[in-house]
Design a protein around this ligand. Structure first.
Ligand SMILES: Nc1nc2c(ncn2[C@@H]2O[C@H](COP(=O)(O)OP(=O)(O)O)[C@@H](O)[C@H]2O)c(=O)[nH]1
Ligand SMILES: [Mg+2]
Length: 368
């Protein structure tokens, strides 16, 4: 049998077993493991497709990249048009190759690339072929912006689940788990007071993956699903926020926002792309979710350049800024003067490992 058929057969069997297993407390772990195996098999199938060379390219440019994800008709193209310089209605016609055409949003001095995934995410069908393409598009993104019709919040849960089945965890942090395989000694668990499942469950899960001797380390609270994801190698974790659209025709949108936030812990911003409502709030939300900072450079005896901030990941040091400007600068960097939220005084002298905050003003001092 060809590789592909073997995988398909395995997938069918797993899905059949998943479908016939009753959902209750006793079967929870088993179902989780089945989910992981299904996702792993799907991943293998899409990887094969990718190797066969279906083209899909999104280049990373600018300071950050955001992908719009949503059902057809949710308002993605309308939103992209408002936020950026691109008219993707026009662009849509060019999507014969399924390449995503990015638009650029300039905000707070940052250049943020925003693209739509047209033709890729067709709601309930994303698993059916677009998997590799979605994964490669999401891989270059720093943030997913779910665009959801506020009248259909359940679409969000469908998307989250479908992405999860592809091994993509939107809005979740990578579980901090690591493992060393051993030749003997059984399963050893190292955990310093974090909330983790009971020992029997952990061992059962690890055994299911064919591992019988190892040390597993936990460095934060972890659920059974986290352990399964770690073992299955479903390795894409990405930040996400939600725009609930069409609030101009939905009086109930504040309840929808509250419901989604309670269920998913994702930040929800109500908007209307058609009526241009709450767009400032959305831009602000995107910027905050990207976790980037504006650093204004100031020559020793001059004024800060407020027009062209250096955009850095939050918690960057002065060395990081020097690296971004020019790697040659790093060697001669001595220290800095900083004004802003990361220091107590104006023009405070700080070491080059000082951690900067958004909107800090920085003067760098180099060795002559
Ligand atoms: N009432 C209302 N309609 C909207 C809004 N945003 C988009 N639409 C409409 O919804 C339809 C689908 O929009 P489009 O941007 O093409 O959605 P896409 O398929 O996700 O790209 C179009 O007819 C839009 O005019 C909104 O905020 N309110
Ligand atoms: Mg569209």
């Amino acid at each position: 049998m060809a590789d592909k058929e073997v995988l398909q057969k395995k997938l069918d069997e797993l899905q059949k077993e998943y479908a016939k297993t009753k959902h209750n407390k006793a079967t929870n772990t088993h179902l989780g493991i089945l989910r992981a195996k299904i996702s792993n098999t799907k991943k293998k199938m899409t990887e094969r497709k990718k190797k066969k060379g279906k083209g899909f390219s999104v280049k990373k440019t600018g300071d950050a990249t955001v992908a719009l994800v949503g059902f057809p008709n949710a308002g993605k193209s309308s939103l992209q048009k408002i936020l950026t310089n691109v008219d993707s209605k026009v662009a849509d016609y060019a999507f014969t190759t399924l390449d995503a055409i990015p638009g650029i949003l300039r905000y707070n001095g940052a250049t943020i690339q925003i693209f739509d995934l047209p033709g890729l995410i067709e709601g309930a069908h994303i698993g059916k072929g677009g998997g590799a393409m979605i994964a490669s598009a999401i891989r270059v993104s720093d943030l997913l912006l779910f665009v959801i019709d506020s009248a259909n919040p359940q679409n969000l849960y469908t998307l989250l689940k479908e992405l999860r089945d592809l091994g993509i965890h939107a809005g979740r942090k990578r579980p901090d788990v690591s493992m060393e395989k051993l030749n003997s000694g059984g399963i050893r668990i190292e955990n310093q007071g974090y909330k983790i499942p009971d020992k029997e469950s952990i061992i059962k899960i690890i055994n299911e993956f064919g591992i019988f001797n190892c040390t597993i380390h936990f460095r934060n609270d972890s659920t059974e699903d986290d352990i399964i994801d770690f073992l299955a190698g479903t390795d894409l974790y990405i930040d996400a926020i939600v725009a609930i659209n069409k609030i101009d025709v939905n009086e109930n949108y504040m309840n929808v926002k509250a419901e989604i936030e309670a269920k998913t812990k994702l930040k929800v911003i109500p908007i209307s792309a058609l009526r241009n409502l709450n767009m400032d709030e959305l831009r602000k939300g995107i910027f905050a979710a990207l976790k980037i900072s504006r650093i204004y450079l100031k020559p020793k005896d001059g004024n800060p350049d407020y027009e062209n901030p250096i955009i850095m990941p939050n918690d960057s040091t002065i060395v990081d800024v020097a690296k971004k400007l020019h790697s040659d600068l790093v060697k001669s960097l001595k220290y800095g003067y900083v004004s802003g939220r990361s220091v107590k005084f104006r023009n405070q002298k700080v070491g080059k490992e000082h951690i900067l905050a958004d909107e800090d003003i920085l003067t760098m001092v180099y060795q002559n």
